[in-house]
Design a protein around this ligand. Structure first.
Ligand code: HCA
Ligand code: CU
Length: 387
């Protein structure tokens, strides 16, 4: 079964301007645990002592989810992670040729020696630790470098190899840089060496393809997929948690694997506490994601909501609704009046037409029309017209 690693507290906190206090981190971890994510990546303790403290507290929170921390490929940073008592350590080090030549100024052999040294240290200190090695910028690295580094890392004690599309370079329709290709090739090549690590994927959204690439990796047999709440992260962020879960269910995963009804609370909390409003049209979690508007649509969903939806919002604890405005016709007004218990007015055709006219007039002035609060005022005004 596919596993989900949520990195809202690590990658998500790499969103410019975003900061979660230790208490808020704990609350977010509680939501993620309730939803049922497998691994919570809680931060890198070397970044700040407060982050180290937050990770340690989350570890002591008694969650079902495994708690992980992120680390540079050096012993000092790994020791800080071990000191937090986590279940999971993620070490990253690029073996892209450009990075080795232009940034690190070392060759592949030296890079591999460094990876082996750090992984062996962690493995020796904690035989039960889940250890992940990420060849950062994997999809812009020569496959032979990835295979060599991954193979050495697994032999040194790594359980998971993560293919990171650090710059959102991957494309599901390009065989040479698709996640499908990377996952399949890496699995096959390591299998030839009798090595069977779990394969994780970390897809950035620079070109808007993060979700498509993650699903492509799923198709290729990935074991773990990285996400964040709202898709937060460096630059354009990574895969959005809610969108991934819904698509995995659509592709055959069991919806009962996750408590989807907690997603709303998580998104509300994260959005409020990172001061980034959720766009209304954000798939799945946006306030308009299940709101119908045009007259034709409203008329159809009055009969069967699935005529204009392909997702059952009930699995998220959400009800589909409709909105009133310039696009509204008789069906929308009829449904609205029924919703507020004023179906008696439907006997007066002229009055209904007057209400529609008023609704459109208000909409043209740029007002949104709430069925519960605004509509009763419009009714009152329209009734006066008749008295
Ligand atoms: C980073 C880069 C990273 C690492 C992913 C990983 C990426 O911000 O440190 O360690 O698995 O996108 O490559 O997020
Ligand atoms: Cu990243």
């Amino acid at each position: 079964m596919i596993k989900i690693l949520d990195s809202t507290l690590r990658e998500g906190e790499q969103t410019p301007g975003v900061y979660f206090s230790p208490d808020k981190k704990m609350r977010i971890a509680e939501f993620l645990d309730q939803i049922g994510v497998d691994i919570i990546e809680a931060g890198n303790p070397a970044v700040d002592s407060e982050i180290a403290l937050a990770i340690t507290k989350i570890v002591q929170g008694g969650f079902k989810s495994k708690i992980g921390a992120h680390s540079l490929c050096n012993i000092d940073n790994v020791q800080k992670v071990l000191d937090c008592g986590v279940d999971f350590l993620g070490v990253f080090f690029s073996v892209s040729q450009k990075r080795l030549d232009e940034d690190y100024h070392i060759n592949l052999e030296t890079a591999i020696e460094k990876i082996i040294k750090v992984v062996s240290f962690a493995r020796e200190k904690n035989p039960n630790l889940l250890i992940r090695y990420t060849p950062e910028d994997a999809v812009r690295s020569p496959m032979k470098n990835i295979i060599a580094a991954a193979s050495a890392a697994v032999q040194a004690g790594v359980n998971i190899i993560s293919i990171a599309d650090t710059t959102g370079y991957s494309n599901p329709f390009d065989p040479q840089r698709s996640m499908y290709f990377y996952v399949k090739t890496l699995k096959e090549e390591l299998k030839k060496q009798n090595l069977h690590p779990q394969i994780e994927v970390h897809c950035h959204n620079d070109k808007g393809l993060a979700l498509a690439n993650a699903l492509d990796a799923y198709r290729g047999g990935a074991d773990i997929i990285d996400v964040t709440t709202m898709g937060l992260g460096e630059r354009a962020g990574i895969v959005d948690l809610a969108q991934l879960l819904i698509n995995l269910i659509d592709m055959g995963e069991d919806e009962k694997s996750w408590q989807l009804e907690y997603l709303q609370d998580l998104y509300k909390f994260v959005s409020e506490n990172c001061y980034i409003p959720l766009p209304p049209h954000q798939p799945i979690m946006g306030s308009h994601a299940f709101t119908h508007y045009a007259g034709v649509h409203v008329k159809a969903i009055a009969k069967n909501q699935m005529l204009y939806q392909s997702i059952h919002p009930e699995i998220l604890g959400i009800k589909s609704k409709f909105s009133l405005g310039i696009q509204s016709g008789y069906a929308a007004i009829e449904m609205s009046l029924k919703q507020i218990g004023r179906e008696d007015l439907l006997n007066n055709q002229d009055l209904v037409i007057k209400i529609i006219t008023e609704v459109k007039l208000m909409a043209k002035q740029g007002n949104s029309i709430d069925i519960e609060t605004e509509l009763p005022l419009i009714i009152e005004k329209s009734l006066k017209h008749y008295s």
